[in-house]
Design a protein around this ligand. Structure first.
Ligand SMILES: *Cc1c(COP(=O)(O)O)cnc(C)c1O
Length: 393
């Protein structure tokens, strides 16, 4: 055991997120492992039909992870070399990596400084004769304006592949994200609101798309009768196992409880941070808060934008000092066009200045259903203390 400040601190370490699997889930996994069938089988079929019911009856198919899910969505839409896909530079790099992986070209449009999502008013000017799709991301679970998104897609005759990886349980005008629209992709990775450890699902338009996605996730294979097999399309190995699916079935039952806990904690963050800012203890330091949306957002994350221009230190130092106080934090996300691969492809961070600033200054604070109410006050006062200490005069 080291003797640093963290281990000598009486308060336990709060990670920025933590998955929650209850005893029932653990027992269900054990049961699958003891059965003779562990990979894709009856539990996967049960999970897919539960998801389909959740999304109002639309067809749903599961995949090994959210990245494979999005890649298969692009393949279903027939997107490949020579095609352009419009997306946001503030996302997990999977979003644009999958566009590159099918041979298409990502076109990055700047974000809205308030929502931190793709700015739909700027999408229009990025549309060319090569544009085949738009791939919006709902950062932290806050959707874009879905009416504007689909009006734009209809007007320009382009597909929408929603990277709703973070938006399971989010809504738009009372309808669940995924229950309407074009192709909607979710991730069940460990940090997501609903987790199968790793996994993902795609909400589809019709049974033809569902059948093709089944082929694409398993080597392009179709079977007929007792011994008939054919391959007529190139598929990969992207199926979800029954072990993962049974976890998903249990998580789906717990989702309403997870959701109300996340929302309650987010409300407490607003109250705690606002009262610190009002009480003038921050002396003009302004923390940019998320959109206070308790109807649409699933509160996947609670993110602030730091006033770095008014501080003597950078974000890394703020994170280090939070860690020394036993508080985890995260960066979601650095701007994608700043990565070496994307720089080599000729992308410039300066082309999207709002995203550039947000990518440099955004900070994810802890938020997960297992957090205690007291944690919010502890995190808020730690963060405010650090900002005050390093404030420029
Ligand atoms: C998690 C995530 C993904 C990828 O999901 P994986 O399951 O990790 O492959 C894609 N996009 C966004 C915005 C995500 O948050």
């Amino acid at each position: 055991m080291s003797t640093n400040k963290i281990s000598s601190s009486p308060a336990p370490f709060i990670p920025f997120t933590r998955p929650h699997f209850d005893q029932e889930t653990i027992d269900a996994v054990a049961e699958i492992l003891r059965s003779s069938w562990v990979t894709s089988g009856p539990k996967l079929a049960e999970f897919e039909s539960a998801l389909s019911a959740y999304f109002g009856g639309r067809p749903v198919r599961c995949f090994a992870n959210g990245t494979a899910t999005m890649k298969i969505a692009l393949q279903l839409a027939g997107i490949g070399p020579g095609d352009e896909v419009i997306t946001t530079p503030i996302s997990w790099v999977a979003t644009s990596n999958v566009i590159l992986s099918v041979g298409a070209t990502p076109v990055f449009v700047d974000v809205d400084p308030i929502t931190r999502n793709i700015d739909l008013t700027k999408v229009v000017t990025a549309i060319t004769s090569k544009t085949r799709a738009i791939m919006p991301v709902y950062l932290a679970g806050l959707p874009v304006n879905m009416n504007e998104l689909y009006a734009l897609a209809k007007q320009h005759k382009i597909r929408v592949i929603e990277d709703a990886a973070q938006a399971f349980g989010s809504q738009w005008e009372g309808q669940k994200i995924g229950s309407f629209g074009d192709l909607v992709s979710f991730s069940f990775q460990a940090n997501k609101n609903l987790s199968t450890v790793e996994g993902g699902c795609l909400v589809l338009n019709n049974i033809d798309e569902a059948k093709l996605s089944e082929k694409l996730r398993l080597q392009g294979v179709t079977r007929q009768g007792m011994d008939g097999m054919d391959v007529d399309v190139l598929g990969g190995k992207d199926n979800l196992t029954d072990v993962n699916a049974v976890i998903g079935l249990h998580q789906l039952k717990q989702l309403p409880a997870f959701q109300s806990r996340r929302s309650a904690l987010a409300r407490q963050y607003f109250d705690a941070i606002r009262s610190e800012m009002k009480s003038a203890t921050l002396g003009g330091l302004h923390l940019e808060l998320p959109v206070e949306n308790f109807t649409d957002s699933n509160w996947h994350m609670f993110q602030v934008v730091l006033p770095l221009e008014k501080l003597h230190v950078d974000r890394a130092q703020v994170m280090t000092e939070l860690k020394e106080l036993g508080i985890g934090s995260g960066v979601h996300y650095p701007i994608i066009t700043g990565f070496t691969l994307y720089q080599k492809l000729g992308y410039k961070t300066a082309a999207t200045p709002i995203a550039e600033r947000i990518g440099r200054s955004i900070l994810t604070l802890p938020l997960f259903p297992g957090m205690a109410d007291e944690d919010i006050a502890r995190i808020t006062s730690a963060l405010v203390g650090i900002l005050k200490k390093h404030r420029k005069n």
